[in-house]
Design a protein around this ligand. Structure first.
Ligand SMILES: Cc1ncc(COP(=O)(O)OP(=O)(O)O)c(N)n1
Ligand SMILES: Cc1nc(C(=O)O)sc1CCOP(=O)(O)O
Ligand SMILES: [Mg+2]
Length: 213
């Protein structure tokens, strides 16, 4: 586990970089950062390694400008190449204990968990946080399965790590998560599919704060 103090409240996960919409992609991410995103994940499933490297370098620079940690999804090589602040891996990616060895203890390691066993193992393997979902149906990840609120609660009770909820979260349904004692939410479409990403991010932060009371 790293000793970094991370603010997990609003975790933006990126999607679908297209070179012909390069300006729009970075404009949206920067707008969201202005709106108060606290953590940024580069998630790109289809691009070449060269594009991943170039885009990751630019996103890392943006994140640094807004003093937000920069995490790379899946690709430990890309994370190391751009000296990202951390890596997020799932159950089909490299094993978490091995990734922890590769990245060392000064980097953030996030692991996806949808069961108690996965969450307990993630903690044992050195994860700094777990991403738990999908909490609602989502069209942003084709193989995401919605977990029950009982499972979510059971994971919360068994694991001491910071817990980020993901999947189908919007400013309308985020209040339904308030009983789960989460440390933050991770979203793609609730920010990036909105016209005004800055406003969308602000609103998500506001609703979270309101639903704490
Ligand atoms: C914060 C966060 N939580 C979960 C995931 C999902 O990771 P994974 O299960 O590896 O699926 P892909 O995102 O790689 O398709 C995540 N990316 N971020
Ligand atoms: C990347 C990801 N992982 C999930 C999981 O359940 O592990 S759901 C998901 C997609 C999140 O996108 P949106 O906020 O648009 O629903
Ligand atoms: Mg993955």
């Amino acid at each position: 586990m790293s000793s970094l103090n991370v603010d997990y409240r609003l975790y933006l996960v990126t999607e679908a970089y297209h070179p012909d919409q390069d300006d729009e992609y970075f404009r949206k991410v920067e707008s969201a950062l202005r709106g108060g995103v606290t953590l940024l994940q580069f998630r790109e499933k289809k691009a070449s390694s060269k594009i991943l490297y170039d885009v990751a370098k630019r996103l890392k620079q943006l994140a640094q400008q807004y003093e937000v940690p920069f995490i790379v999804n899946d690709r430990v090589d890309v994370a190391l190449a751009v000296d990202a602040d951390g890596v997020h891996i799932g159950q089909d990616d490299l094993p978490a204990d091995f990734v922890r060895e590769l990245i060392g203890h000064d980097k953030i390691l996030g692991v996806s968990a949808a069961t108690i066993d996965e969450a307990v193992k993630a903690e044992r393997d050195g994860a700094d946080y777990i991403g738990v979902g999908a909490v609602f149906p989502t069209s942003s990840k084709s193989d995401a399965t919605v977990i029950t609120s009982e499972m979510f609660q059971a994971i919360r009770e068994r694991v001491d790590l910071p817990m980020v909820a993901i999947g189908g979260i919007t400013s309308d349904n985020v209040k339904d998560l308030k009983t789960f004692n989460i440390d933050g939410i991770a979203v793609i479409s609730a920010i990036l599919n909105q016209k005004d990403c800055e406003q969308a991010a602000r609103r998500l932060l506001e609703v979270q704060i309101k639903s704490e009371h």
